[in-house]
Design a protein around this ligand. Sequence first.
Ligand SMILES: [Zn+2]
Length: 189
Amino acid sequence: MSKQKSSDIVLPGTILGVAEEFFPGDNVVESNGYLISTAIGRVRIDAARRVIKVDSFKKLYYPQLGSMVYAIVTSVREDIALLRIIGPRLDNYVSGNQYAGAIHISQSGLGRDVRSLYSVLRFGDIVYAKVISKSNPFILSLKHASAGVVLSFCPRCTNHLAKKKDRLVCTRCGYTESRKVSPKYIYQI
Ligand SMILES: [Zn+2]
């Protein structure tokens, strides 16, 4: 049996070591006293905790309860908005990622006097929101200091809107509106 070292690249089925040496971590199973990789990836050994795991090259993203995600608004009604979840970052969008999200008006983050989600979100907006359920479709919330719209386009001229204090303004045509704007909004003036 060839013993694997940290950083070695392994395949599913590769024997990584024996169960007396390590506890199985991510992408590692124990079988007949052997520790076997279940993924293509790189071996990681945590000597202090005696855990061996494999960092898979295929990162399968799953929205975690309590985490923050980017999502694009696909429809808005008075009391609920539907979204498609992009992921924890905007620059690693994985197409084919089919997780859906929903924001209820009670999670608008703007208090009880908000009567309609039309004043909070719009079709095509990209929002930063908190995941507050465990399975698809995920319930999202804007009740978080960093949550809100991070990119929106002008309904009049389709230029991107810029954040100016708590409002969104179009630098081309002057259109202005209020929103639940995230401090992470992409264009700020
Ligand atoms: Zn405009």
